[in-house]
Design a protein around this ligand. Sequence first.
Ligand SMILES: *Cc1c(COP(=O)(O)O)cnc(C)c1O
Length: 430
Amino acid sequence: MSKFEMYQQMGICKEVYEYGKKILERLKERFENIDAAAEYNQLKVIHAMQKNHVNATNFMATTGYGYNDEGRDNLERVYADCFHTEAALVRPQITCGTHALAVALSANLRPGDELLSPVGRPYDTLEEVIGIRESIGSLKEYGVIYRQVDLLEDDSFDYDAIKKAINEKTKLVTIQRSKGYQTRETFSVKKIGELIKFIKEIKPDVICMVDNCYGEFVERIEPSDVGADMIVGSLIKNPGGGLAPIGGYICGTKECVKRCSYRLSAPGLGQEVGANLGIIQSMYQGFFLAPTVVSGALKGAIFAANIYESLGFKVVPNSTESRHDIIQAVELGSAERMVAFCKGIQAAAPVDSYVVPEPWAMPGYDSEVIMAAGAFIQGSSIELSADGPIREPYAVYFQGGLTWYHAKLGILMSLQKLYEEKLVDLGGIE
Ligand SMILES: *Cc1c(COP(=O)(O)O)cnc(C)c1O
């Protein structure tokens, strides 16, 4: 069977296949740059593993308290070395990204302290952590004050307002790298570095924390290389490489990380407890694979941007701009197109491919939401997935793909569904 016949067997028609092929021809150089970054980051990870003498005894399961869990402790040294920080907390007991961020914030803020977001509204789930939306146990309940400086019209930092917002109570500044579900651009690490430098010049002892979700290994440097005191993320996104079945990380200064460990377990216990329950090898191996996995996801995002932009849709980031996270937004302009797109992503999955996604009223959202994911690990968004609220501008946010070939199939399948339902015209390609 030829390669096309294989795609045909999967349900991709000639027109869609050819359209994708033409788009791919112009992406050669960009893909080469992505491969080069992955190669660089692969060496970074291996170097950190070799330096810490990672060995088979590190992969043994521990139970109970997890005292003397050398595998766990060594993984934390590997993360710290890879991200160039003094210390790291990398644990299956951190249940998700929101949890990691909540730990980092509540560990380092005390009643009366001020928390500042100089980059506008934070990720949805953090609104309850902070208390922007009321919640039991929010930072607000504990007397932490929240301030926010919005971005300027052109997505640049409002330096004047940031300067005014920093005062003697400002203890911690939170900077979200990825745009999340907003329409702003994702910040480059360089840009984050400029912001941190500006803030530290005004107040050197303020803690700068970066929500690094979806950003790991996209560039050759991380926010911890440009002055961040803590970087925080989820292991079912980039750094888990698709293998870590759960977990989060906080890398940063000794002082900050120690506080986080006391908060995560208990005062006095800190990093000494926390059994790995036998999943530690997946955490190592996932970290090892992460640079390559991220490169596949990035290629998928760029492929999708180029396909859908050429069909006349608005895509964020656009087809040519540089990438700082793995998320791709595509504004499809109608509910029907969103549903068709998600059906395609679902149909291309290795798991649950026979399931048909439908819009549903998800708690906490003011409009229906559609989601497509056929993942090995529940909710893992380093695996190919797409979702979005059914409302103007009818944008799907799509991310992941453990391999480039799967991402490619998913995108071709999304186009196939749109084409079959006559929701796009594959006529011209400019
Ligand atoms: C995913 C994400 C989070 C929250 O992570 P969960 O694992 O879903 O709790 C926070 N911030 C950003 C920018 C994210 O992308």
